[in-house]
Design a protein around this ligand. Structure first.
Ligand SMILES: Cc1cc2nc3c(=O)[nH]c(=O)nc-3n(C[C@H](O)[C@H](O)[C@H](O)COP(=O)(O)O)c2cc1C
Length: 361
């Protein structure tokens, strides 16, 4: 018997195929369909910090914050009304009743503020865990790198302060010295939160020991991509969907960090098929998150991937994921140099040789 079960931040999943946060998991029907199609867990569509702030103190009071961003403000206002924080809590409650797989709520944010108390409400609504998507794209040249990392730490610490359920941190790849940053984000050092809003302070449980760093890193966020239309000479939307080539950074960093930082890994971006899932597991992921492939091929893709994963494990003599998870991480490798610059030089020297052969033919 092949056992596909996996442990992710203390949650038990029947398999490592998680439907990533997206519109497919934004309704109760969507969650049900994902569960019926065989998902191991779902991450609900994100609730944005701006929506929560809007509900806390009526978004219109903060209109001045958005001056110059009229379109963004109007969008958030209409989106917030159609799908605001109360509806989100209702979705969490109903999803928990409707399916047996873990429900991971998703918060999308760029700052630590009063909204963080909302993490506690998600916990009360029954969320098994929170995925915190911090989407700071540092386009401004003034803040030094360390201030940006401090912002991430501030948000994380505040959310962990408010909720006692596991928190996964979904982040992008744009950091200086990512290995160092990953260590800080997952460290259990008892630092006081950088921000203390205390909104839900009365409900905290003193004495309860919690891991203060991220319980998992979800690598990597796929930021909005634009393209350039050379005929019209203007910006256009890039594809909302990834391709399997987009998985390179995810594979690189999970395989480099596995076994060296104190957390689980969720792999996201570019995982389209069973080969992508197997690669992520070999690198060290506990779960793989799927999105584009489900939009492109339908939820039936979950069953296809699961079947092929079982087949691959059978062919290779593995009975459980533990038999091969992280086997191709640098930490486990007997040849850690394979992960480094030397390979880059070798590849070009070999290519150079092949080009020379071609020229002499
Ligand atoms: C239509 C769509 C909606 C998405 N909505 C969210 C969201 O609400 N929150 C979030 O963290 N990521 C969101 N994402 C990003 C996905 O969760 C995922 O990280 C990204 O698509 C990369 O994975 P993939 O290569 O499997 O598509 C969305 C992606 C798509 C295509």
């Amino acid at each position: 018997m092949i056992d596909l079960s996996t442990n992710y931040m203390g949650l038990s999943l029947k398999n490592p195929l998680v439907v990533a946060s997206c519109c497919l998991t934004g309704t109760l029907d969507g969650v049900r369909q994902c569960a019926e199609a065989g998902a191991g867990a779902v991450v609900l569509r994100s609730l944005f910090e701006e929506q929560i702030k809007g509900e806390i103190s009526s978004l219109s009071l903060h209109a001045e914050e958005y001056s110059g961003y009229g379109e963004a403000f109007q969008y958030l206002q209409s989106y917030g009304t159609a799908f605001g924080p109360s509806q989100y809590l209702k979705l969490v409650r109903e999803a928990k009743k409707a399916v047996t797989i873990p429900i991971i709520a998703s918060l999308n944010c760029v700052s630590a503020d009063s909204w963080a108390g909302y993490a506690h409400q998600l916990q009360e609504a029954g969320a098994d865990a929170i995925e915190l998507n911090i989407s700071i794209l540092p386009t401004d040249s003034s803040p030094p790198c360390d201030h940006i990392v401090a912002d991430y730490l501030g948000i994380l610490r505040e959310v962990k302060h408010q909720a006692n359920i596991p928190v996964a941190l979904k982040i992008g790849p744009y950091f200086t010295s990512f290995a160092h940053v990953a260590k800080r984000l997952t460290s259990n050092q008892a630092e006081a939160p950088a921000y203390s809003v205390g909104w839900m302070g009365k409900d905290r449980q003193p004495g309860k020991v919690i891991h203060r760093g991220a319980d998992a890193l979800v690598l990597f966020n796929r930021f909005y991509r634009f393209d350039i239309d050379i005929d019209k000479q203007q910006l256009t939307h890039g594809s909302p969907y990834s391709s399997p080539h987009d998985m390179a950074d995810t594979l690189r960093w999970i395989s480099l960090l596995y076994g060296t930082v104190n957390c689980d890994f969720g792999a996201t971006t570019g995982i389209h098929d069973s080969a992508g899932v197997i690669k992520a597991l070999l690198a060290g992921a506990s779960v793989t998150q799927l999105c584009s492939t489900l939009y492109l091929h339908g939820l039936g893709q979950l069953g296809v991937i699961e079947k092929e994963l079982r087949q691959w494990m059978e062919n290779n003599g593995y009975r459980s994921l533990a038999g091969f998870r992280g086997q191709l991480s640098r930490h486990t490798s007997h040849t850690p140099k394979d992960y480094e610059r030397l390979q880059y030089m070798k590849m070009f020297i070999e290519r150079d040789g092949q080009s020379a052969d071609l020229r002499s033919e």
